[in-house]
Ligand binder design. Sequence first.
Ligand code: ZN
Length: 427
Amino acid sequence: MTVIGIDDTDSRERGMCTTYAATRLAARLVAAGATVDRTLLVRLHPAIEHKTRGNAALAVHCDADPATAADAVEAVLGLATTGDDRTNPGAVVADLDPDAVPAPVEQFARRAVRERCSLAEARRLSTAAGFRQLTRGNGRGVVGALAATGAWAAFDEWTYECLSYRERERRGTERVVDRDSVFRAADTFYPEVWDTVDRVEQTAVCVPRTPGPVLHGIRGETADAVQAVAARIESEPVSARRTFVTNQGTDAHLQRTSLSGVENGGCYRVDATVTAGPETREGGHVFLRLGEDTGSNSAETRLRAAAFEPTKRFRDRVRALRPGDRITACGEVGDDTLNLEKFAVRGLVKTERVTPTCPDCGRSMSSAGRDAGYRCRDCRTTAPGRVERPVGRDLDAGWYEVPPCARRHVAKPLVRGGFDAPTHPEQ
Ligand code: ZN
């Protein structure tokens, strides 16, 4: 077997896309007489600030001999570059079974999903493993290429995406996709196929808005289901279509840790207590403060958490939290702020302490002085201190998530199941 890893072929100016490069690479290998077993689409930790939605690297598993594979890679890399210094593609060709990559390469793949990895390390590991490296520009793409090569051994949870591509001459123009056919197909195959549409925002999430060759991408649990949905969508002509095995929708990026273990640049799942907020600020962003998971709203605040405006109705769930609530929060941390993707309600504050009311006249009592309790001026009744009153809550125990329109590629939709508490999926 030969494993080819490839990454960083996307150019902002020319609208290339690494998945398309892998699709062309697979077609070239087949034309050369090889069999392609699968193509992997691996979402890595964003290595560059502006790639916030998730950096893609690809691997092709095939039976081509390494020399033929390297020729095909050279041909595809030749299409990717010229004149854009932010395009630094890299590829590795490994003469081995995808299950049998060396342990350091497997570990590198696991880390590359969760943190930034260096080009120097990727090159060193590739050389040590005897992998052929093919690059353009500064070769930064070797990082993703090596991670994609190790991914099959590193991870055991996979989903599928069927990507359909536009004809070359249409790229850059508005995509022609029949909305009704998208919603019909999405409904027919939900929840085996997810994040095709956002039923509240009424948007076809599967159709990208950025320039680039992708017409639509259908995500789900099985290759058959994603292909069936793609086939039912009525649209402009499709020039190529390929189904990828992918770590999308698996939460592979989240590390479990405590609040004290959180660092900027990482993606986490942490247990915490809400210590302050929620507060809605200019732009419609909602902020919370989180402290250690003690269940006390006097816990020391360690981290800010935010649900930003693009997360839409998810912000209403966050606004329903109160100080003292115990939650599990998930998301990426940057600027000392956890960007919430989902959270689980573990314990809700059910009472609040309020000024007592007079048992005789029913009016609010007033303070009788420092540490002197409360009294009613008219009826001369007294109370020793504040009293507990039940609070109505608009949240239930369990998991809440951003809607499909705001989901990052790697985040696991609740509808996929396997969570440790009840779920409240967004459709
Ligand atoms: Zn009274």
